[in-house]
Ligand binder design. Structure first.
Ligand code: ADP
Ligand code: ZN
Length: 810
């Protein structure tokens, strides 16, 4: 405990403050960093968390902290520092950053409560006042929101007037936390109860013999049982009271652990002997704390390396966090960690119930569970003595939170967390993020390579499939030879073969297939913005005739009738959705059982399990789906994978387009085939010479990296610059544009006034997804070495969102 007179407090005020507020620590109150408190804020008392203590205040007339909310700190010192870093780095509201680290459901929203008074004076004449009073007379103390919904049109002034006249009372309060420890009434068997059970004859006391005997026998099994179980066994409260009075049974309240792994027993599995390459990797990483890229193809044994590092961390008395993308789709990952670390494993992801997450949080903080496996948010688990963080498939963009703020990336945040905690960070991938790999090239982080796949059958069962044959089909040639179908000859042949052999196929369709761009079927030309080097989209929002427009800088261009490069006539919009491919597949392969799996279908609960079951039961011959398939499914029977429209991925107006395409195609390539027989992958494209396609087909990451980093350097994209994306959403198209233009002008003026040449301020332009829920989205892009500094002092108004280092510009 500190006796410093002032505390810096993050306040849950419901507005996007980035600063902490200074409060005085009242004499006699013991307050420590990380502790939850209540503080006065305007007229209200709000929840806050102390981030640090100081000897002096920079603001005059600080108000005192009202009360301490919890004795034990809810944030560690490391996390208190981490949330400040997040708020600064991502320009995110401080409280939202604090909330990511708090126990689930802990944040308490402020509410206004309206209560009836005991003896109301004469009823008011105003009919609306009348309704308000009638409502609270019937319902008692209610939140203002509820009253507003029931009666409507209630202003603060009206409430104030009614309160002043003594008709009701208004109070500011906090909503109850939505999660807390679950408590349960239980019965335990006492020593004399055990004796009584042995001397069965005595079991007559106050209850029919059979009931008493049944309850005691129930308790004897585990020593105790929930009260509810005894009631189910036929015991009435009266029976139970009699047993308690006799001294045979104790009644008490106990905490129930809600554990997501409850009931799932993992048979322990010993660690395999590491290969020489794996052993070297472990030694290199364990040699000293730091950040390491573990680059190794799928099946090279990265997970075994992670597990060995976890083992070492635990043995040294430290805790570890392993992040995996899409954990709810990858039960295999949880199983592997469960088999090795079952008794100290916590599983954390957003699909868990809030109660389960709360209990896990407590168990982790109390040091009962030392290994946390989970998705993005598991990074904030309160692991004491953190020694290791692993981010598997570190290139996955699910590690970036898109909405709501803080829009953090787990990779960058983990770097800061590990720096603060003195822990090691391991970033693993077969296709690392270009920026991560660049860091390893510059020596900013370490790099360890696993170059070979683990040989089949080393431990008797762990065979590794052969790489599939990958064919790239030039769709321009198909056209020339008269094939106008969306399926190439090669793809049709492969699928027919699979159908004849009773095997399954996948047709991959790009998720953003509905987004339209122009493509010349004769030469493969796709129009690009000369200054942004991204694909120009077809702008159907333009007034008279459709135009080409750059999604970054807004530059527009007349739409040519013929291809500007080869002057061919087949220069037309491109992109087909999953539904149309499904229809084409039914026509092309009559009799085949075709199913579709995209975000429409996958959003439904349990759909993933049903899909996997249907595939395993061989009820589906051809599965049409988006790239979600590449992650969630591990299907040994899938012999043919066709990428229908590789060009769509390449042609997205985002500088990540090539990188994502390469990653996706590499991942897809790993999906086809069985252990005993390689599968077939067919990539259809109008641009077969494109680097992502060539390099993925050749499984050559290094070549792809060289190509891509040269492009990034030339066009001025990360890692050579940093980006900040601002989005303004508004119902009114014109108003939105005005506001976005105003901010753009403001920022340009400020930049020029500071004599700075950068950042570039691109836009406003319509975002790639121009409207969401009836709101038009206007985008500004800031690009430079440190665009955040231009923005940091600005507070953008309502409707704006800030995304620092956006993982997607779509
Ligand atoms: P990655 O994470 O790189 O995809 P994994 O760790 O999943 O690779 O390894 C692929 C397969 O090889 C798994 O079935 C794993 O159990 C097995 N394996 C990995 N290392 C070894 C080893 N040293 N001895 C035996 N089997 C291994
Ligand atoms: Zn442009």
């Amino acid at each position: 405990m500190n006796t410093a007179p002032f505390a810096e407090v993050a306040v849950n005020a419901g507005h996007p403050a980035r600063a902490a507020f200074t409060y005085a620590v009242p004499e006699g109150m013991a307050v420590a960093a990380g502790q939850a408190v209540f503080v006065p804020f305007g007229q209200r008392i709000l929840q806050g968390v102390v981030l640090s203590l100081t000897g002096e205040s920079t603001v005059p007339g600080t108000r005192p902290i009202s009360a301490v909310a919890s004795d034990a700190p809810v944030l560690s010192e490391t996390h208190a520092a981490l949330v400040r870093w997040m708020s600064d780095y991502y320009l995110a509201p401080l409280w939202e950053c604090v909330a990511t680290c708090l126990p689930p459901g802990y944040g308490q929203k402020p509410v206004t409560m309206v209560s009836p008074v005991e003896v109301p004076p004469l009823l008011p004449v105003d009919p609306r006042d009348h309704k308000i009073l009638a409502y609270i007379a019937a319902h008692g103390r209610v939140p203002l929101d509820e009253l507003q919904e029931a009666v409507g049109g209630i202003t603060r002034a009206r409430l104030q007037r009614l309160q002043d006249a003594g008709h009701l009372s208004v109070a500011e309060g906090l909503l109850r936390p939505s999660a807390r420890a679950k408590l349960q009434r239980r019965l335990g068997l006492s020593r004399s109860g055990e004796d009584a059970l042995a001397r069965a004859a005595e079991l007559e006391v106050g209850a029919p013999r059979s009931v008493a005997a049944r309850v005691l026998r129930l308790l004897a099994a585990d020593g105790d049982a929930p009260l509810a179980a005894a009631r189910e066994a036929g015991a009435t409260p009266h029976h139970i009271q009699a047993l308690v009075e006799e001294g045979w049974v104790k009644e008490y309240t106990a905490r129930v652990e809600r554990h997501p792994l409850a009931g799932r027993i993992f048979p322990p599995k010993p660690a395999p002997r590491l290969t020489a390459e794996q052993e070297l990797a472990v030694q290199a990483i364990a040699a000293k704390p730091g950040v390491y890229l573990l680059h190794g193809v799928t099946g090279s044994g990265k997970t075994e390396v992670y597990m060995e590092l976890v083992e070492r961390a635990l043995a040294a008395g430290k805790g570890a966090i392993v992040l995996v993308p899409e954990i709810s789709l990858t039960p295999q990952a949880v199983r592997r960690y469960g088999e090795r670390f079952g008794n100290t494993l916590a599983v954390v992801h957003s699909a868990l119930g809030i109660g389960e997450r709360f209990d896990q949080w407590e168990a982790i903080r109390n040091g009962d569970l030392h290994l946390v496996v989970g998705s993005r948010s598991a990074l904030f688990a309160p692991v004491p003595e953190l020694g290791l963080v692993v981010i598997d498939e570190e290139h996955e963009w699910t590690y970036k939170q898109v909405d709501p703020a803080p829009r953090y990336h787990a990779r960058e945040t983990a770097r800061e967390l590990c720096r603060l905690a003195g822990a090691t960070l391991v970033l693993g991938s077969a296709t690392p993020d270009v920026v991560t790999y660049h860091d390893s090239e510059r020596g900013v982080i370490g790099r360890v390579e696993l170059e070979s796949r683990v040989a089949p059958g080393v431990d008797g069962d762990a065979g590794v499939g052969q790489m599939p044959t990958i064919a790239v089909v030039d769709m321009r040639e198909e056209l020339k030879s008269g094939n106008r179908s969306v399926f190439s000859f090669a793809l049709r042949r492969a699928i027919r073969g699979a159908l004849a052999a009773g095997e399954q196929s996948i047709l991959f369709v790009n998720r953003r297939g509905a987004a339209r761009f122009l493509l010349c079927r004769d030469c493969g030309y796709v129009p690009q913005c000369p200054s942004c080097e991204i694909v120009m989209g077809l702008d159907e929002h333009a007034r008279a005739t459709p135009q080409l427009r750059c999604h970054h800088c807004g530059r527009s261009r007349r739409l040519e009738e013929h291809c500007p490069r080869c002057h061919g006539p087949r220069y037309r919009p491109f992109g087909v959705g999953t539904q149309r491919i499904e229809t084409f597949a039914r026509q092309e392969f009559p009799g085949a059982r075709v199913a579709r799996w995209d975000s429409d279908v996958a959003g439904r609960k349990g759909s993933h399990e049903r899909m996997v079951e249907a595939l395993e039961a061989r009820e589906i011959d051809i599965l049409v789906g988006t790239q979600m398939l590449a992650k969630g499914l591990d299907l040994p029977q899938m012999m043919v994978v066709g990428v229908v429209d590789a060009d769509v991925g390449l042609s997205l107006p985002d500088y990540h387009a090539h990188e994502r395409s390469f990653q996706l195609l590499s991942q897809v390539a790993g999906r086809a085939g069985r252990r005993d027989r390689p599968g077939t992958v067919i990539i259809q494209t109008y641009e077969p010479e494109a680097a992502p396609i060539q390099c993925a087909a050749a499984s050559d990451f290094r070549a792809f990296y060289e190509h891509e980093i040269a492009h990034r350097r030339r066009a001025g994209y990360p890692p050579f610059t940093r980006l900040v994306r601002l989005i303004y959403q508004h119902r009114n198209h014109e108003h939105g544009l005005e506001e976005a233009s105003r901010v753009a002008t403001d920022l340009r003026t400020r930049r020029d006034a500071a004599g700075r040449a950068e950042p570039d301020i691109l836009g406003p332009s319509l975002a790639f997804i121009p409207r969401i829920r009836g709101r038009t989205r206007w985008q500004l892009l800031l690009r430079g070495r440190n665009p955040v500094t231009l923005l940091a002092p600005t507070t953008l108004g309502e409707g704006w969102s800030i995304d620092v280092d956006p993982a997607s510009l779509l």
